[in-house]
Write a protein that binds this ligand. Structure first.
Ligand code: AMP
Length: 120
């Protein structure tokens, strides 16, 4: 999967389409998922153009990587799920069913989330 500069998250970062912002810093933006699958469903994205976690870890600076990881923890605490529990998901590539080719972590919580994967 290559980086498509017209992907929906790139458009959000450029301010071309709106988002419900949860958190922002120099390197990271977090916003509400448009089709939430749990009471808390926030997407955390780096501001740089990275497709996946492996792409990010290969190319991003240590400052970007630190900010991205810290933002996930901040979002969990700000969303009130740090105590009750939450799940972080990075769908990647075809088998991971990634729809948007810009790295994102889903932070999900606010209810019991069941098994990590459905049984085959
Ligand atoms: P993934 O399958 O991990 O690539 O998931 C992409 C996620 O982006 C889905 O959960 C979508 O609901 C979400 N999404 C798509 N467009 C938007 C948007 N404009 N604002 C917020 N979330 C979006």
């Amino acid at each position: 999967m290559s980086y498509d500069t017209n992907n929906v998250f790139a458009k959000i970062l450029r301010g071309e389409i709106p988002c419900k912002k949860v958190y922002e810093d120099q390197h990271v933006l977090a916003f509400q998922d448009i089709r939430p699958q749990a009471p808390v469903h926030v997407l955390v994205i780096p501001k740089g153009a990275y497709v996946s976690l492996d792409d990010f870890h290969e190319k991003a600076s240590d400052a970007e990587i630190a900010a991205f990881t810290r933002a996930v923890g901040k979002v969990a605490r700000m969303s009130g799920v740090a105590e009750s529990g939450y799940r972080v998901i990075a769908n990647t590539g075809v088998n991971g069913h990634q729809e948007v080719p810009h790295l994102h972590f889903h932070v999900l919580g606010g209810r019991p989330l069941g098994r990590m994967l459905p049984r085959e």
